[in-house]
Ligand binder design. Structure first.
Ligand code: FPP
Length: 252
């Protein structure tokens, strides 16, 4: 009997090293349109509410000790949406970059923008640069916002960059390895995501971080993005921590 008790005491379910939480969480923020539709509101209201959820997600990452957060805010395919919706998203982005800049800086958030920024209006490009320069020295949370971003385009641009370096004799063919390739991507100074979350019940990656998500765990939640909050993030992180990551190996 005493042995049995000892066993129970020594081997509780929660004993052993605690699985580490994710260092880097990437999120496909989906469901703004459906959120608005459910309320008979224009889609643009869903995006406005989605911007509030962005603020909540950043605060939740800071509270939950997540060091890197990457958000898919505008894909290279999103230009195909109706002009009024694209215009509304641009206005929201302009407002966000200008209004949140000081608050993010104060909270110790470093902001990086990834994607082809040349297609944005000059004042938006300027706001992107300003927020990056202002927050460059911050360390508490590394926030990456993907804007006019597409994973395939990023890979093609990296291949062109490396091929150009070979053509000019600055690089040899066998110097092109996975590390060199990673260094040629927008995300060269950010570790790969450990956890990808997509909201709204859709289960696909939609051209997001195709190279970087190679070993990420994926969690799909039904919550629509404007409703996403700290508890949803905690739930996804707990789900992640219950998984065994194998990176293609056999595991324990
Ligand atoms: C997807 O929902 C969401 C987007 C294409 C835009 C994401 C934008 C925000 C969260 C707000 C702005 C962000 C910043 C950083 C200022 P959807 O419109 O595809 O929704 P649906 O699938 O329900 O139609």
């Amino acid at each position: 009997m005493s042995n049995c008790v000892a066993l129970m005491v020594e081997r509780p379910e929660t004993s052993g090293p605690k699985a580490p939480g994710p260092t880097h969480v990437a999120i496909i923020m989906d469901g703004n349109g459906r959120w608005a539709k459910q309320r008979n509101l224009p889609r643009t209201e869903g995006h406005r509410e989605g911007a509030k959820a962005v603020r909540r997600a950043i605060e939740a990452c800071v509270d939950q000790d997540i060091r890197y957060l990457t958000l898919y805010a505008f894909s290279s395919e999103n230009w195909r949406r109706p002009a009024f919706e694209v215009d509304a998203l641009m206005s929201l982005l302009r407002l966000y970059l200008e209004r949140e800049r000081d608050a993010l800086h104060k909270e110790g958030v470093r902001v990086r923008i990834i994607g082809e920024r040349e297609r944005f209006a000059p004042d938006i490009q300027k706001a992107m640069e300003q927020i990056e320069v202002l927050t460059r020295g911050n360390q508490r949370l590394h926030l990456t916002i993907a804007l006019n971003y597409g994973g395939r385009g990023e890979i093609v641009a990296a291949a062109q960059h490396l091929a150009g370096a070979v053509a000019q004799g600055r690089l040899t063919l066998d110097q092109i390895d996975e590390q060199a390739f990673s260094k040629a991507l927008f995300t060269h100074d950010v570790p790969d995501p450990d956890l990808l979350i997509r909201t709204s019940g859709e289960q696909r990656i939609s051209n997001f971080l195709l190279w970087q998500l190679a070993y990420a765990e994926m969690v799909f939640v039904d919550t629509l993005w404007p409703d996403f909050g700290a508890d949803d993030l905690r739930g996804a992180v707990e789900n992640f921590m219950g998984r065994q990551r194998r990176y293609g190996g056999a595991g324990e």
